[in-house]
Design a protein around this ligand. Structure first.
Ligand SMILES: CC(C)(COP(=O)(O)OP(=O)(O)OC[C@H]1O[C@@H](n2cnc3c(N)ncnc32)[C@H](O)[C@@H]1OP(=O)(O)O)[C@@H](O)C(=O)NCCC(=O)NCCS
Length: 394
């Protein structure tokens, strides 16, 4: 069977708020955030007939409450799509949005769909990590995993143990540079292009959520050095060199060549391939290394061919481990997260894969000579995901 090409057409996200009562989205529902993204994508692409959307695929880690009831279907209605549009929900924890995109791409590739809306959402204020989960006691009793495997910050400490050459000073330096790159990108208006403002109700009345709440542009090495290590006494992982607890939604439009032509959609990127790989749960942050190697094997590419990397910085230590493995220049490589990453913007779990994808597309737009890019991320309980895209914006 001959496969169809899969194109990325557009992507948008909400601002990423801080989770909790003081966060901008505290009184906003997760499914309304998704609906805002869907409506914006449709408004920005008026040639696209909403009835032509074949599937509305959404990732969320906690699929209950305002993230429950098969959100891909509920947001067909909330997002103003005709009720003939199908919808489903997927979960691969942090890579929920990435999985939604990859599965959507696969269905276009095999001719089962021409237009897909895909993305992810996580309202970590309403749904703290692990909410409602009931891990099988046999995981621990039968020593399938160490207790630390269930706490993401502890897995980052484990990664430091595995790579003693990665020092706290290096991860703090990585975090500092991330904050600086994010500030520069914001000041240059690059991030705003990916954010749709949303009116939200708060204790002080109506407000507009149009800025990420997590970035700390005033970060200094001195400030980072003094932070507590909440996951281990005398540890190395801090609030400063970790992603945070956030609320946000992000989504994209994928289309076949036929649909692009029919609806006048301009393809920005072509998907080359994607891969997921499993790793030991205790060192889940290493996941992007085997998934990227797998993607390289499938595509015949190497890091030499890659002009841009968007890696989800769950923790600085896993970003540094990735850079070391693939020979990216430290402390900063122009290919890697050039506009900052999750340490600055935040990581509303399932939404992050879609944020990485749209950031890659926007970076490509400014760099027409760049050809190949990666979006890659680690996943709780030990996985990595990597998608390889080609720039079509000349
Ligand atoms: C690390 C973590 C526990 C911190 O949570 P928190 O304590 O609520 O974080 P805060 O933002 O309040 O920061 C804690 C302190 O560090 C300070 N801080 C954070 N970043 C800083 C920076 N860049 N520079 C200076 N200080 C900073 C804060 O000001 C705060 O100080 P205070 O205690 O004096 O108010 C939380 O963000 C976390 O769990 N992150 C990982 C999320 C995760 O596992 N995701 C899944 C990945 S797979």
């Amino acid at each position: 069977m001959e496969l169809n090409e899969v194109y990325y057409v557009d992507g948008i996200r909400t601002a990423f708020g801080r989770a909790g009562e003081k966060g901008i989205f505290w009184q906003t529902r997760a499914d309304d955030m998704v609906a805002r993204v869907i409506r914006t994508l449709m408004e920005r692409n008026p040639g696209l007939d909403p009835a032509a959307v074949d599937d509305n695929i959404w990732g969320a880690t906690t699929q209950m409450g305002d993230q429950g009831l098969t959100m891909g279907r509920t947001t067909v209605m909330l997002g103003g799509l005709p009720n003939t549009v199908a919808g489903c929900s997927v979960d691969r924890m942090c890579a929920g949005g990435m999985t939604a995109i990859d599965f959507g791409a696969a269905s276009i590739a095999m001719g089962s769909a021409d237009v897909i809306l895909a993305g992810g959402v996580e309202h970590m204020g309403h749904h703290p990590m692990g909410q409602g989960a009931d891990p099988n006691p046999r995981f621990i009793a039968e020593k399938m995993v160490d207790l630390s495997a269930l706490n993401m910050g502890m897995t980052a400490e484990n990664l430091h143990d595995m790579f003693p050459e990665i020092t706290k000073e290096q991860t703090d330096e990585y975090a500092l540079i991330c904050q600086q790159k994010a500030k520069k990108a914001w000041d240059e208006g690059k991030i705003q292009k990916m954010i749709v403002p949303m009116s939200v109700w708060s204790a002080d009345g109506w407000k507009v959520a149009d800025k990420d709440e997590q970035p700390r542009p005033q970060t200094t090495m001195e400030g980072l050095k003094g932070l507590k290590t909440p996951f281990r006494a005398q540890g190395r992982v801090t609030a400063g060199n970790s992603s945070g607890l956030n609320d946000g939604a992000a989504g994209v439009i994928l289309a076949s060549a036929k649909a692009c032509e029919k609806y006048g959609l301009v393809p920005k990127m072509r998907m080359i391939n994607y891969a997921f790989a499993g790793v030991k749960a205790e060192i889940m942050g290493i996941g992007p290394i085997p998934s990227t190697k797998k993607a390289f094997e499938r595509t015949g590419l190497t890091m030499e061919d890659v002009d841009m990397v968007e890696l989800n910085e769950a923790f600085a230590v896993q970003a540094v481990a990735f850079m070391n493995e693939f020979g990216l220049k430290r402390p900063d490589d122009p290919r890697m997260n050039a506009w900052g990453g999750a340490i600055a913007f935040g990581h509303p779990l399932a939404s992050s894969g879609a944020r990485l994808t749209m950031t890659l597309a926007n970076r490509f737009a400014e760099n027409p000579s760049a050809r190949y890019g990666l979006a890659t991320m680690c996943v709780g309980l030990g996985q990595g995901g990597t998608a390889v895209w080609e720039n079509l914006q000349k």
